[in-house]
Design a protein around this ligand. Sequence first.
Ligand SMILES: *[C@@H]1O[C@H](CO)[C@@H](O)[C@H](O)[C@H]1NC(C)=O
Ligand SMILES: *[C@@H]1O[C@H](CO)[C@@H](O)[C@H](O)[C@H]1NC(C)=O
Ligand SMILES: *[C@@H]1O[C@H](CO)[C@@H](O)[C@H](O)[C@H]1NC(C)=O
Length: 508
Amino acid sequence: MKAIFILTVLIVQTNCDINITRINLPEEHLPYYFRNFPEQCSQEANCKGYLNKNVCWGYEFDCEWSNHYSKLKCPGDHKGWVKTKKAQETTFHAQADFGYIGQQLRELQLLCEPLFPDDSSLECSDHLQFCRGRNLMVNFTKLLHRDDPIRYKMDVLGEGDIGGYCDLKKSALDKQADQISPLQSWAPEIRHFKQLKRRPIIEGDCDVVVEKPTFIMKIDATVNMYHHYCDFLNLYASLHLNASREDAFSTDVHVLVWETYTYRSAFRDTWEAFTDHPIWDLKTFRGSTVCFRNVVFPLLPRMIFGLYYNTPIIYGCEKSGLFDAFSRHVLHRLRIPEIARSNGKIRITLLSRNTKYRRVLNEAELMNGLEEIEEFDVQRVVYDHDMPFKQQLEISRNSDVFIGMHGAGLTHLLFLPEWAAVFEIYHCEDSNCYFDLARLKGVKYITWENTDKLTKIDDGSYSGGAQAKFVNYKFDREEFVRLVRKAAEHVKGHEGFRKYISHTRDEL
Ligand SMILES: *[C@@H]1O[C@H](CO)[C@@H](O)[C@H](O)[C@H]1NC(C)=O
Ligand SMILES: *[C@@H]1O[C@H](CO)[C@@H](O)[C@H](O)[C@H]1NC(C)=O
Ligand SMILES: *[C@@H]1O[C@H](CO)[C@@H](O)[C@H](O)[C@H]1NC(C)=O
């Protein structure tokens, strides 16, 4: 009797291990996951440590402020913006943190209502920024007769090319279809939704039935890390929005990119965080009628008041929990390692550009200035096609101070450790872009302060405006070193860094 009992316990524990591995979330996210799906870990001893932690992401309806994942801070003044400090914090939470997900959840409205479980359904947030559906039919037959390449197009679907067997609230749908623009909402597609006369899957009306959950994505420019990561961040936010079931973070899902171009990107490794399967595009289904058992139309990269492109962020606040969680999720799923340290030196990475414009012409001189400083461990890197993207992420993850000229490469700041500082050498008169991204991520931001100490070298080869972005630069060496020291002081003074370094020393 006793032996059987022990055996049972062992088996259960093994299962639990498997499940945790399969869930594949960063360890620090597991208490949040199990809070919402405790039945995934009921009796097993090695899951118990994650249960009943009194924590929540911040969008759950019964989630108290003090238990939130977010450690957002608003050290800046609230006067002139909102009445109280508290209002400043809640505004930031609603604009750019998990509160944003909460708002979208509250907006969700059934636009096509099922009467029976096998029926279709369609639910969307306001302005059709996010939608999800069951048993929907999408008819791609007309694509056969189109020879123009499709990207950022609003006429992929026509009347009745999308639909389901459910009770369509036509006037509610029309009311929400008010933002007709390719990357702002799903209105260009879903405005054509039609109530079908019969259940498309059961009646065999589709050429293809996709059983696995599918994310249909309209993506921004895949050549640019800043813009493409706007797609990934919104996809991650959408996982949370659809997280009503325990498989919410599963990678056994499909992604269909709403273009006829074959997907290509230097940042494609990032998909490993979201799907195990090859990326589909509109060529995959050209000429077919496709039924999706489960489909999600995620948040888009250029929504009005969307996340992070043009996000309005209240003055004085920083460190969005949503951005922190996204960063950890990607680093975990892509298995980007933390490199052990043998000393307490500040790791400084200078991102060099081998482009035509915005080069630092006296880079060697500036590097020399840093190399003379004993407590710095300095490296110069070029993030281009010769360096695998995961290796780039590894360098970024392990940098304390990250230095670079204005440019999409600075999006790597999303993967810096919490104590890091980013030094945008010069913002080229586009001063909010990376300042805001750094605020969202919660890393210190530093940029050139005194324009008398920089020289623009204009070879006259560009005449198209935004002139500060299409020239090269030289910077004063002493001033440069002073600013890097300022960044390093921030790192050294950060509690997280001090703990990390003393922990490293203990292990040596
Ligand atoms: C997780 O473990 C439980 C048993 O503890 C098992 O019943 C369940 O099927 C597992 N889930 C998956 C998806 O492996
Ligand atoms: C799909 O569209 C084509 C062309 O518009 C049409 O002939 C066909 O009947 C549609 N298929 C279904 C299942 O509605
Ligand atoms: C979205 O949520 C629904 C309902 O919980 C689930 O069935 C579906 O699999 C999810 N979709 C995706 C793409 O994960």
